[in-house]
Design a binder for this molecule. Structure first.
Ligand code: PMM
Length: 251
């Protein structure tokens, strides 16, 4: 299982407290993750925490592109965490090689075609709407079946736009329009997502449903979950701390 290290270049990220919100800090954290054995660094300039406002395209580009340009010189694989086709394209030009779209192509009508044209791996996450009002959309008959069928729709849309099946990665989107019980139900049935036949990415790191009052208290729960997922066929986990996850996988 691969480790995708989170590098949020945002002043308001709930989980790393905005500590890496300037260029030097972001680059040095990226280099540190490389030294710790990260497989992919996921760079994002827009917070998607529940209730967050959108940032402008200019600001998203100013936050992410210089960091991507610098870190890519060091040869690490980089994904761009963005819902905007234009940002995705600029990031790929700057040296990123994977698009991570939390909206699964729903936020920007140009995203799927852009990903198809760029011919890079595209991560389609399950999403029901912008962070501002996603909590009100956490209504399911059967969360596992519903998320699988909504992901299937995104897979079809992606392939219709020209994305090759072997460039598709799926993600059930833990914490996005989902209550704690929904997130745990998805984790309990993660094999059903693996059986869809695409690499599965799981992003649980320090999210509220893990329990505890602070991100740091959720860290141990995140590591325990990585250990549990390691035997399920999941392709990668998206996490804030790299070293403890590499260690738990090596056990
Ligand atoms: N979660 C967040 C941001 N981007 N991308 C994917 N593919 N999957 C996720 O679960 C995901 C994501 C929000 O978490 P953060 O604010 O801690 O980065």
């Amino acid at each position: 299982m691969l480790i995708m290290g989170i590098l949020n270049v945002t002043p308001d990220s709930f989980a790393d407290g905005g500590r890496h919100n300037d260029f030097d800090a972001a680059v040095s954290r990226g280099l540190e993750m490389m030294a710790e054995g990260v497989d992919i660094i996921d760079i994002g300039g827009e917070s998607t925490r529940p209730g967050a406002d959108r940032v402008s395209e200019v600001e998203e580009l100013e936050r992410t592109i210089p960091v991507i340009t610098e870190l890519s010189k060091h040869g690490v694989k980089i994904s761009i965490d963005t819902m905007r086709a234009s940002t995705a394209e600029a990031a790929i030009e700057a040296g990123a090689s994977i698009i991570n779209d939390v909206s699964g192509g729903l936020a920007d009508p140009d995203m799927l075609q852009t990903a198809a044209r760029l011919q890079v791996p595209y991560i389609a996450m399950h999403w029901r709407g912008q962070s501002k009002d996603m909590n009100s959309k956490a209504i399911y008959n059967n969360v596992v079946n519903d998320v699988i069928s909504e992901l299937r729709e995104r897979i079809t849309a992606a392939q219709d736009a020209g994305i090759k099946p072997n460039n598709l990665i799926i993600d059930p989107g833990l914490g996005f329009a989902k209550d704690a019980e929904h997130n745990w139900a998805i984790i309990d049935s993660v094999e059903s997502f693996v059986e869809m036949g695409y690499p599965v990415l799981i992003g649980a790191s320090r999210k509220r449903f893990l329990g505890g009052d602070t991100p740091d208290e959720r860290e141990q729960a995140t590591i325990d979950l990585t250990k549990r997922l390691a035997t399920t066929g999941v392709w990668a986990v998206r996490v804030h701390s790299v070293k403890p996850h590499k260690e738990v996988l090596a056990q």
